[in-house]
Design a protein. Sequence first.
Length: 630
Amino acid sequence: MNPILSTVDNEIERLTAFLIDQQQQDGSWHFCFENGIVIDAYVIILFRILNVQNEALIRQLHDRILTEQQSAGFWQLYRDEEDGNLSTSVEAYYALLYSGYSKVTDEPILRAKHYIQSKGGIGKVTSILTRVILAATGQSKWPLSISSIPLEVLLFPSYFPINYFEFSGYSRVHLTPMLIMADRRFSISTVNAPDLSDLIDTRIEDAEPASRGYHELQDVIQTGLSRLLGSPRYIHEVARTKAEQFILQRIESDGTLYSYATSTILMVYALLALDYDQQHPLITNAINGLTSMQCRSESKTTIQNSPSTIWDTALIAYTLQEAQIPDHHLAIQRATSYLLTRQQHKTADWSIHNPDTTPGGWGFSESNTINPDVDDTTAALRAFRSLSITQPSYLESWNRGLNWVLSMQNKDGGWPAFEKNTNKEMLTWLAIDGAKSAAIDPSEADLTGRTLEYLGNFADLDARNEFIGRGVKWLIQHQEKDGSWYGRWGVCYIYGTWAALTGLQAVDLPLEHETLQKGANWLLSIQNSDGGWGESCHSDRLLKYVPLGESTPSQTAWALDALITIQPKSTAAVEKGIERLIISIHEEDWKTSYPTGAGLPGNFYSNYHSYRYIWPLLTLSHFRKKYGQG
């Protein structure tokens, strides 16, 4: 017996006990979904503007932001962003002063001010969310990239080259309140608002570079406007009403817009722009919803963009079963029962490009009832595969979920996150930083690989199935020359390569196939000297692999899981990686909390507090299962 297996067994036992102990009474798991300081800053600003009486939370968010400041005065999106992040630093500076707990004469504020001015000031901010918040609160003019898009685009017919529902669902729920505010040139402030005028460098033009594609897009918009029937005033009023109704129809029971904190914050400002009273129930409910998204861990409090309850619960329930916790165990029974109640039954925006399909997906967060996604759905289905064989209620749910996943395949053969066939390149020409990733929802290697892994290992389908064959073809065609794949929702090439390799193997692509071997060899080529793997968030922005120089638990687990899948026998490289992975589980440092979830390249990254347990446990379980006999 391989001596490392004893250590692996001990870690599996320890991790399973820990996770079972963390389960809530209703069967769910609540780990923090940490997104940097951006939402904390926006919430402080919004609460001060609305005079929300929650001083304890404002102070906690202030303190959390302040502790994240680096010695050079800036804030970072991730540790190796060595020159800092201007947009994030402006958000932090603004919120700290608005909170009232920091003063302009405080040493940290002076350092932050010096950094921001050295980078060109507010005029050089690239994050569209930051620019919009600054404009909505009276600190800058409205960005042309938003104010140049007329509300009337919501009225363009489905056959027109620009149709509002060709935008991704994520971009629509953020863009709609932005367009309402920009249309009204809305801004709101208070007597206690900080004065940011000294962060504006008048020598630097606040101009936004526009590509040739952007000008072509504007031409298309103008053509669309000319084809709308009615007086300009009437058309505009209809468009404004449609924008308002778009928002109102997508408010969840907890008061949030589409269950996202960022879109909810924008919604509140948009409602104010539409002359809703500050004490209107919709605004009050939204504030309560934002407040409920707080997460406390150790000594800090933060606001999550969208609590990861469904995602974490599905992954943990499945992982525990992979670790040989039987499906009749109370923890599994509770988790699967909880997940069963969260399957969605509403026909929502996803059906616009996927009509005549019975709802059956799952969303990311507990309050999400209208925005299912492919990844959460396959995660939930993995969790109760065995139960679907023996219990009718699970079988019906399983069939609806499986049917929904298959129906979401794009015409190119890959799978999107939220809505199928929303990949119109023209929409990425918007002069908005990150538009290429946010405006559309194309097929992605991580989603396609994860879906194939579910379909192959849990739905018993292989390449003879038409859905599988098209997905395999898409993945093979989108492999990078070096053997890797780009992963959209994780960081980044390690994540995509793991998903692709495990997916292709699950649907019986031969292990000796060149695609699999190239992917495995690439992973081996980037293994760190300590045996682990680590990739920088820079990869997401540069669209090429950038080593972190250190090993993180989740990225090490992903790489190892892929290699275990491909390699018939354990190797020295894999065992060295397993040893490093076990060490990392017990460490408490920046590598443990380095963000490995990706939201918007260059603007938004996530540290899933659950990942340091889920992926190592899954990988150790697969190592034991495959290599435990020799």
